[in-house]
Design a protein around this ligand. Structure first.
Ligand code: GSH
Length: 209
């Protein structure tokens, strides 16, 4: 079996879908967590392929970009969709997440930069809320069509992991209310109730994102 090392900050964030894939598949990996602000990342940044994390190292072969990593692992472990058509939809949903996250990230950046309450409110009302509406509408439409409770086909794929993780982060930020979004809430529960994830989820380090 290859030796896997996944390097990221000590939060769920963009690496968590890949961590979940390892647990879902029962494949051992080194969960290499870099402490934010202790200088370690600054020293290693230039040696990473794109100067960012996560990075997956497979027997010395490095892969950057969180969703490329997740897709690679999902293909290896059988969670990328069963047919080319399913795989296309899994990828489309993950791309939809990336579009949304690009918008949502504006809020995180503004908060971390210490922007004023007015500026934050403007980003929420003009960027985050409209983007969330589009995103939730698209996901609801998909779940209405696909009767399995998962987003694509009749089994769990990495798209379900990406979306469930993102819903948890949105809940932590106050942008996801399970009572108002029953289909999305059911998806999140279905993912987090997977028997092979239970032990990890019960013990993992929680983070806002
Ligand atoms: N599109 C990239 C974004 C990666 C990214 O923004 N990584 C951040 C952490 S979430 C990072 O490495 N920040 C440190 C830096 O840019 O120096 C992906 O999905 O992997």
């Amino acid at each position: 079996m290859p030796s896997y090392k996944l390097t990221y900050f000590d939060v769920r964030g963009l690496a968590e879908p890949s961590r979940l894939l390892f647990h879902l598949a029962g494949v051992p990996f080194e969960d290499n967590r870099i402490v934010f602000g202790d200088g370690t990342w600054e020293k290693m940044k230039d040696s990473t392929p794109f100067g960012q994390m996560p990075v997956l190292n497979v027997d010395g072969f490095e892969i950057p970009q969180s969703m490329a990593i997740a897709r690679f692992l999902a293909k290896k472990f059988g969670f990328a969709g069963k047919t080319p058509e399913e795989q296309a939809w899994v990828d489309a949903i993950v791309d939809q997440f990336k579009d949304f996250f690009g918008q949502f990230r504006q809020l995180i950046i503004a908060q971390r930069a210490g922007k004023s309450a007015d500026e934050i409110e403007k980003i929420i009302s003009e960027v985050v809320n409209p983007a969330r509406e589009t995103y939730f509408k698209a996901l609801n439409k998909i779940l209405e069509k696909n009767k399995s409770g998962f987003l694509v086909g009749d089994g769990i794929t990495f798209a379900d992991l990406v979306i469930a993780e993102n819903l948890l982060s949105l809940k932590n930020f106050g942008f996801f209310d399970a009572a108002k979004e029953p289909k999305l809430a059911a998806l999140k529960e279905k993912v987090f109730n997977q028997p092979s994830l239970k032990e990890y989820l019960a013990s993992r380090k929680e983070s806002q994102i």
